[in-house]
Design a protein around this ligand. Structure first.
Ligand SMILES: [Zn+2]
Length: 330
């Protein structure tokens, strides 16, 4: 049984590599990198932070060894099926954390490297954390959990004692359940949890940008803005109208506050389970031109502009980053 699985797996992997090589020869290759945060932060269960020193080394390495494209050039090549130079790179950021403007932009400006920032608008100008950070804060970093936790989400009851290991388990069980909840449902669950574990203050280090910072970003010569919904839901679980409202609201708020035309968008979470063909159609109807997803593959110039693949970047030192980027193209 294992042997059959191994053989099948090997054949699928060979077929994928063959396709990749063929597409690269015909349409060139571009690796779109996905960052979230540039910050020093010790507790990072979602592995979203890249430390500033690693980020600077990564970008410097890319400048010296690859071709970092401007966002305009990237869009032009995809929309016009113009062959990419092999080894092209595009830098993108998801979510709109404040550290993007505080830590990433100064490095990118100094190195004169462009990036695309997809901003989730719901928390802009508020002290609130994104829901996954809030969950981490309430369960993993809260020394004052004072009672047993019992919470029902999507018909599933989760219970835990205040023991640290138990809290970690409930945290990992809650993550996928909240991810597949609609925003209002998710907010209600977090409120219920907060009532049980005691109120904790949102962390300044986990804020989104405020509108002045978004404007500052707009004014930077290295930055292009894109939208990323209002409440960061997994769009696939929402109704057609809810999806439209999430996408439209973030685009409209960004346009109204920056005066820029927004035609870039990225799907929250972005795996193929987080959007559907209906979501892609909606993006097209709403006037978006280029939409990024989150599954690892190179981007040939003949790619679907409504689900551009991206490679997640972690807090890798230069040695690991070098081999990861090499792997992206092979
Ligand atoms: Zn996101």
């Amino acid at each position: 049984m294992q042997l059959i699985w191994n053989t099948k797996h090997k054949a699928a992997s060979l077929a994928k590599n063959f396709r990749k090589q063929l597409e690269t020869r015909m349409y060139g290759s571009c690796a779109v990198l996905l960052y979230h945060r540039v910050a020093d932060y010790l507790h990072d269960p979602q592995q979203l932070c890249v430390r500033p020193e690693n980020f600077e080394k990564q970008i410097n390495f890319l400048r010296e060894n690859y071709t970092i494209l401007s966002i305009e050039e990237w869009k032009y090549n995809i929309l016009n099926h113009k062959k990419f130079k092999n080894g092209s790179i595009v830098i993108t950021f998801d979510d709109g954390y404040e550290d993007n403007i505080l830590n990433a932009v100064p490095i990118l400006e100094r190195l004169n490297v462009e990036a695309l920032f997809y901003i989730c608008t719901g928390n802009i100008g508020t002290p609130d954390e994104f829901w996954w950070d809030e969950l981490e804060r309430m369960l993993l970093l809260n020394p004052n959990v004072r009672s047993e936790i019992k919470i029902k989400v999507k018909g599933i009851t989760l219970a835990s004692t205040t023991d640290g290991r138990q809290r970690e388990l409930i945290y990992s069980d809650l993550l996928p359940l909240l991810r597949s909840s609609a925003p209002e449902e998710r907010k209600a669950s977090l409120r219920e949890l907060s009532e049980q574990v005691g109120k904790t203050e949102p962390r300044v280090s986990h804020r989104s940008m405020n509108w002045n910072q978004v404007k500052q970003l707009t004014a930077s010569k290295i930055a292009t803005l894109g939208a990323h919904t209002h409440n960061h839901p997994s769009l696939a679980v929402l109704s057609h109208d809810e999806q439209r409202s999430e996408i439209e609201q973030s685009v409209q708020l960004l346009e109204a506050n920056t005066g820029k035309f927004i035609d870039h968008f990225s799907y929250p979470f972005g795996t193929k389970l987080d959007y559907t063909s209906k979501t892609m159609k909606l993006c097209k109807e709403l006037g978006l031109n280029l939409v990024a997803a989150n599954y690892p593959y190179i981007t040939p110039s003949r790619t679907d502009p409504f689900q551009v693949p991206r490679y997640l970047v972690r807090d890798w030192d230069l040695w690991q980053f070098t081999s990861e980027v090499k792997r992206f193209f092979n």
